[in-house]
Design a protein around this ligand. Structure first.
Ligand SMILES: Nc1ncnc2c1ncn2[C@@H]1O[C@H](COP(=O)(O)OP(=O)(O)OP(=O)(O)O)[C@@H](O)[C@H]1O
Ligand SMILES: [Mg+2]
Length: 266
């Protein structure tokens, strides 16, 4: 029996879809997991585009509105990676429990069902929260995003949906950015992944390929793999020379997210 993981944020454009697409691809291709990606952004969907899928007969809205059985909306991208797209012309969904009802029976067939949430507060994000066994909140290291991340965490706590942790995306390692410690302290939530702001991410989108296959040795790919390894309880070693060098010779402290992943491993 698999689990459903919601990737959420209240702020638009922080990287929910990028994280969902790339972590999903990594889970399937690097760690051999059977993965279903679901576009839960009913008003502005684009998850399928990350995989170059533009043509599909039915969508998540068709299942939510009881026009099509949920099984018929599943698009097989590869053996291990399946996807349910959303329609760009989809109608608003008012029954927030419907997504859970549709996805729960599918958990039997997948190790992980990943939902790409909309930032739309109270509406679509609620559908993702209700349908998810656990949540990851995507954020970035700046005050405007942090303020919405605090709200997202509060909302999830009110709904009793467990938050596994934060993914801090688009990090540039500049002095003016919020530190991982500051983000954790303000949100009272662990940082479990860090993805750098990197042109390879944009390049991958332009090639309609996951970054882990477009640029497998790039920094974002390796960080994405680390998050996917954590999510699926799998082993993964950072293959970068500098990382091995640091741990062997420099005795450098581990980054906050690295420590959290080690301590919180299930
Ligand atoms: N780590 C990254 N480095 C560089 N660009 C990135 C990174 N993550 C995401 N982006 C880019 O930022 C933009 C927004 O990303 P994305 O669509 O994943 O955000 P989102 O949170 O899903 O947005 P929305 O709330 O509208 O659904 C995209 O152009 C994406 O390619
Ligand atoms: Mg999105």
């Amino acid at each position: 029996m698999g689990k459903t993981i919601g990737i959420i944020s209240i702020k638009g454009g922080v990287g929910k879809t990028s994280c969902t697409a790339n972590i999903g691809a990594s889970l399937a291709s690097q760690f051999g997991k059977k993965v279903l990606l679901v576009d839960g952004n009913f008003s502005a969907p684009n998850l399928a585009m990350h995989f170059g899928i533009f043509d599909y007969e039915s969508t998540i809205q068709d299942a939510l509105l009881r026009k099509t059985p949920i099984q018929r909306t599943i698009h097989k991208y590869s053996e291990n990676l399946h996807l349910i797209p959303a329609s760009v012309e989809g109608r608003a969904i008012t029954d927030h429990y419907r997504l859970k009802d549709c996805l729960d029976p599918l958990k039997e067939f997948y190790d992980i069902v990943l939902i790409d949430s909309s930032p739309n507060l109270h509406g679509e994000i609620l559908s993702t929260m209700i349908a998810s066994d656990e949540l990851y909140v995507v954020t970035s290291p700046d005050y405007p995003t942090l303020s919405t991340t605090i709200r997202a965490v509060k909302l999830a706590k009110q709904r009793n949906t467990p938050i596994k942790g934060l993914i801090v995306n688009k990090i540039r390692n500049k002095g003016f950015e919020l530190s991982l410690e500051e983000i954790e302290e303000a949100t009272e939530t662990l940082v479990l992944g860090v993805v750098p702001d990197d042109l390879k991410m944009l390049e991958a989108v332009s090639k309609t390929a996951p970054v882990t296959s477009h640029a497998p040795k790039s920094n974002p790919s390796i960080e994405i793999n680390k998050i996917a390894a954590y999510m699926s309880n799998s082993e993964y070693k950072d293959p970068r020379f500098l990382s091995k060098f640091k741990s062997l010779f420099l005795k450098k402290d581990l980054r906050k997210d690295e420590v959290n992943r080690v301590i919180n491993k299930e």
